[in-house]
Design a protein around this ligand. Structure first.
Ligand code: CAA
Length: 384
């Protein structure tokens, strides 16, 4: 049977961030609560010139040259940061990237699980059509509100994944186990710009899902956790991954790998749908002992709630199919905001409902940026 999986992976995050020690001081909290208790050092802040569509296009544009050729038959955007109740963000992404129109493009929404649903749908599509490829993009801006209890777990970014037969990064096995339960842990009713969230309940729900689903995976597939070189988790904040791993095993080797997989999330924050795949990128960038043939377990959680666990095997050329140096350079080039600058940026988003508005480019150096809205339709700049 043809191996199918991730052939290349690219990441984008806006060029502005807040240092969480600054935020803790402004909120009257002990910085150790944020850096140790929550496990976050910095959080990306999206200016009004970035939304889920521009970030998605910016991530996909960084895939290796020639990735998005005429074999591309499917484009899926997983996101919970929707800017339209009807039209798929994926359609605008196809236009911004100048892709062939002879493909299927749509969005998937289920909180932070949407991109995993997209990846597994893309996997099945390519398994059925091995001559075709698929593009799956996770893109989100996590917003809880100024001084909200979830504020320190905000973030912004997008991860783009090319899915193909004979993948050069990660073979995705056909062993996914999913679990769904209707929970009120986190949701964002139409018209609200921030979610309704019960943070402590959501953390318990996550832990219940991860233990329940991995146990079922072991019953069904006969695996044990020591079969895995690393376990990767959705990381709403990095302490969540630490709690999840501790709930499953005390294996020191898996704990070392968990820390390597958390390095980028510590600096970017929660990117919702892309968070699990940012963990994958972080592991590959920061643990030089990873080898082709290593088996990874991936746990995805989307509030509401759907959880899924599946495994993958690193392919021979995995280190050439990410741009580790580019990720380091992108993070190093970011501008550190003061807390008042962050608060002004948080409040300066393109207003909902206005028919026309313009967004200044400001200091945004990304290729694709939001230009504003004309006759209700968002428009974008290509700054190349
Ligand atoms: N030094 C060190 N640690 C400290 C400390 C200090 N001075 N003060 C507090 N801490 C520790 C606490 O002991 C606690 O650790 P444990 O969880 O291990 O007990 C930790 O810091 C956090 O403290 P609190 O629980 O008091 O923090 P909080 O009430 O302010 O809220 C939160 C934390 C619930 C995560 C909140 O930030 C939140 O609601 N976040 C958004 C929701 C979320 O991310 N949920 C995750 C699961 S849902 C999901 O995964 C989907 C998704 O992406 C949203």
């Amino acid at each position: 049977m043809t191996a199918v999986g991730i052939d290349a992976l690219a990441f984008f995050t806006p060029n502005t961030y807040v240092d969480l020690t600054d935020l803790a001081q402004a909120r009257g909290d002990d910085p150790a609560k944020y850096t140790i208790g929550i496990g976050q050092d910095q959080m990306a802040v999206a200016p009004a010139s970035q939304d889920l569509i521009s970030m998605a296009a910016n991530a996909a544009a960084q895939l290796p040259a020639g990735s998005l050729d005429d074999r591309l038959g499917l484009v899926i955007v997983g996101s919970e940061s929707g800017v339209d109740e009807s039209k798929a963000a994926a359609i605008t992404v196809v236009r911004l990237l100048g892709l062939s129109p002879w493909l299927r493009a749509y969005d998937i929404k289920e909180a932070c699980y949407g991109a995993t649903a997209g990846l597994l749908a893309a996997r099945d599509y390519v398994a059925a059509h091995p001559d075709r490829t698929a593009l799956v993009i996770a893109s989100d801006i996590a917003r809880y509100g100024l001084a909200a209890s979830g504020e320190v777990t905000q973030g912004a970014g997008a991860v783009a994944m090319l899915v193909s037969a004979a993948p050069r990064l990660l073979i995705v096995h056909d062993d996914a186990v999913a679990y769904t339960a209707d929970l009120p842990d986190f949701f964002r009713p139409t018209g609200l710009t921030v979610p309704v969230v019960d943070g402590h309940y959501s953390t318990q729900a996550y832990l219940d899902f991860v233990t329940r689903i991995t146990a079922r995976h072991q019953e069904q597939y006969g695996d044990v956790l020591t079969d895995y070189t690393a376990l990767l988790f959705h990381l709403p904040f990095t302490k969540m991954g630490k709690k999840a791993l501790a709930a499953l095993t005390a294996d020191d080797r898996l704990e070392d790998r968990r820390q390597a997989a958390s390095v980028l999330a510590r600096r970017v924050g929660n990117i919702y749908t892309g968070s699990l795949y940012l963990s994958l990128l972080s592991l590959l960038c920061h643990d030089k002992s990873m080898r082709p043939g290593d088996r990874l377990g991936l746990f995805s959680y989307g509030s509401g709630a759907v959880g899924e666990f599946f495994s993958g095997t690193l392919a021979a050329d995995f280190s050439d199919r990410i741009d580790a140096a580019g990720v380091t350079a992108m993070l190093a080039a970011r501008h550190r905001l003061t807390v008042p600058e962050y608060e002004a940026m948080f409040n300066a988003q393109l207003p909902l409902g206005d028919a026309a508005a313009t967004v200044p480019l400001g200091g945004d150096s990304a290729r694709f940026t939001v230009g504003g809205r004309r006759d209700h339709a968002r428009w974008y700049r290509d700054n190349t």
